[in-house]
Design a protein around this ligand. Structure first.
Ligand SMILES: C[S@@+](CC[C@H](N)C(=O)[O-])C[C@H]1O[C@@H](n2cnc3c(N)ncnc32)[C@H](O)[C@@H]1O
Length: 294
């Protein structure tokens, strides 16, 4: 696929189409992996009630869900997934707040953003944020999100394209300081070579001290999405998982693993016990959040 077919470029949100109202479909026109965006959207919009200690207070998700008017009760009934998403949201948000405290004018990028909105929490008045996803998702997003800030941009791209980084069209001043990159709930749906290519592109192009946060599945989950109460409903499949944390840095010599958090930390003593028993055998968390740095 030529780079020109990546449809577009980044643009300030204020240039997007107006907010959809009555014409919003009851079912978003999404299938397969893009349709999985409803799982984290439901968790952030309504999960706080189940897990107040991890509440994310996501007013944007709640509004988007009301506008979409879709039935997400089956996703909310999958309480473990709701918990896992609230946990990763909190971790990413805290990492972003710490990063922008150090680099207040830096740029953040959310690859495979779905309908998530981290800028509601990370906007410090000086930083810039790019939300990027496939064309059908960005079209849905444009319809749902009203204009709000010239420092909030959008990019329509496919991260399996070998030149997706160029499609971000980052200006030089964005590259004069470290970047904060998020890619959550995305890489496990890619082929292993594609996931490694995404990490390698980040490592090749990002300025020193840039951060990338990704969530990881263990290899044992690959090919078994049908067992997952929420993902199993969407027809999407898990293709990429890890057996050892070292695999996260294997695609490029600049990549370093700063931390790998296990989701077990939100399951208290029970989770820590299971981790202690399993880790020597399986080598990596069943589900984790990795902080990579170049
Ligand atoms: C489970 S959703 C996660 C959405 C968002 N990151 C969140 O946590 O709310 C997976 C997202 O990955 C996006 N995605 C999948 N393959 C992609 C690709 N090749 N390029 C860009 N985005 C992709 C989908 O369109 C979808 O929005």
């Amino acid at each position: 696929m030529p780079l020109s077919s990546l449809r577009k470029t980044t643009s300030p949100v204020s240039q997007g189409p107006p907010l959809l109202t009555a014409e919003v479909p009851r079912r978003p026109p999404l299938h397969g992996v893009p349709s999985t965006l409803l799982i984290p959207l439901a968790a952030r919009a309504a999960g706080d009630a189940y897990f107040p200690h991890l509440a994310c207070d996501d007013a944007v998700a709640a509004r988007q869900l009301r506008s979409l008017n879709v039935d997400v009760s089956a996703y909310l009934a999958d309480r473990l997934t709701v918990l896992n998403i609230l946990w990763r949201t909190r971790r990413i948000r805290e990492a972003g707040q710490a990063f922008f405290a150090q680099h207040p004018q830096a740029w953040g990028i959310n690859l495979g953003c779905g309908l998530s909105d981290y800028f509601q929490w990370l906007d410090n008045g000086r930083n810039t944020w790019i939300d990027a996803d496939l064309p059908e998702v960005m079209a849905l997003r444009s319809g749902l999100n009203p204009p709000c800030s010239p420092r909030l941009r959008r990019a329509t791209l496919d991260i399996t394209h070998p030149q997706w980084w160029q499609a971000l069209h980052l200006p030089q001043h964005a590259l004069d300081q470290p970047l904060f990159v998020v890619c959550e709930g995305v890489l496990m749906y890619l082929q292993p070579s594609q996931a490694q290519q995404v990490l390698a592109q980040f490592a090749t192009h990002a300025p020193a001290r840039s951060r990338m946060l990704i969530d990881t599945l263990h290899q044992c989950a690959v090919g078994h999405a049908h067992w997952h109460s929420s993902v199993g409903r969407t027809g999407a499949e898990f293709h990429w998982g890890i057996r050892h944390p070292n695999e996260l840095c294997a695609s490029h010599p600049r990549l370093r693993l700063r931390q790998l958090h296990s989701v077990s930390e939100c399951y208290g003593w029970f989770g820590r016990g299971v981790d202690a028993l399993w880790n020597p055998w399986i080598g990596a968390p069943l589900y984790g959040l990795a902080e990579l740095v170049v």
